[in-house]
Design a protein around this ligand. Sequence first.
Ligand SMILES: Cc1ncc(COP(=O)(O)O)c(C=O)c1O
Length: 448
Amino acid sequence: MDARYQQIARLLKATIASGELPAGSRLPSSRIYAQENGVSRATVEHAYGELVAQGWLVRRGQAGTFVSENVTAAKGQVSPTPAEARDNAPLPFQMGLPALDLFPRALWARLMGRRLRTQSRFDLGIGDPAGERELRLAIVDYLRFSRSIDCTPEQIFLTSSYAMSMSLILRTLARPGDGMWVEDPGFPLIRPVIAREQVQQLPVPVDENGMDIDAAQRLHPHARFALLTPAHQSPLGVALSLPRRRQVLDWAARTDSWIIEDDYDSEFRYHGKPLPPLKSLDAPQRVIYTGTFSKSLFPAIRTGWIVVPAPQVAAFRQQAQITQCTVPGLVQFTLADFLTQGHFWRHLKKMRQHYAQRRQWLEKALIAQGFSVVAQNGGIQLVIAFDGDDRAAVARANQAGLAVEALSAWRLDSQGSGGVIMCFTNVTSGAMADALAQRLWRAVYDGK
Ligand SMILES: Cc1ncc(COP(=O)(O)O)c(C=O)c1O
């Protein structure tokens, strides 16, 4: 049987589809709807949130919740635009996903439309294999101001994903059989990419100061690479301490090894000053920095980049002729406009404010429910501590439609405590957070 919120969502969809609630009409507030229908406000919020995620409704801040203008009438039927009709709304807590409701899609469409209209016939050819210079220049400016990284556009190589960044790095610098320190626990999806390049992954424990560099040197003295998420360790959220930053840089300089710094969500910190990225301290020129627009904009943009040390530019360029940037020129030029016209800064500022709020909603709701939330200093994920079999608990939550993940599934060798990992970015109200926390508790502890 459907949960109550699903019944409400279905009823609302049917009312919209019948034309009774036309595009643009305002819905009653969740408080009024709840009172009139004898359900909890959290349930109504949850139903509204689900329909917002699917594109049927839009929220306009204080003004309220409205039927989306994209819902168009056709032959007496009303349906969302074709793209939104696809039932591909993400499940609650979906990992690695930014807030999809906050991206300024109309602005993006305008910028892209302008680029499309002003294209010349020369834009129809293949672009630079390292990515369009205009975008690389915009990224140089962004890195200088936001991350204190000083580099030239020649040092930047655009890629379509973190996986492609990793392939480009390893195809340029690694030899079969090389060893790589990897964080344990750490991001599992990159492991097959590293394995495909025949680089051996050497697990290193993570503590409250990030990767344990002493342990790494003791356990695996002959590694040639170190892969780290220094800003917010993925998934534990801790920052690599300054002494450890110095230590890993010294190690790389002394042993002629390479550090790969995955700075995937450094944009999102909510208090305190960030520590400088390893790349900004890279006097020995041993750091390759990887960045992405997947978290700061949206994942479907499929655009990331790497910054390589100046002496390696020629080798990377040669490899880039084979492992070419596949991001379409139109996307690259639109992105360049988005950055140079100041929209990126504004968007990040807005996202930070919303994320601080959304994280607080979820954290509060989880704690009120009885969960123990592990402290994190930023990022877009939350971890809750879990005693016992976290994989079984997560399987029950997945069964209940919640896309959480088990901390133990992110571990290689380490035997640390269990946990449940989740992303809070698409929790759009306190009431939705309460409803989700309740659902999670029931699924995890009662299997319902
Ligand atoms: C740890 C980590 N690094 C990098 C990325 C970026 O991946 P991509 O640019 O391929 O979306 C992600 C995305 O989930 C991530 O979780």
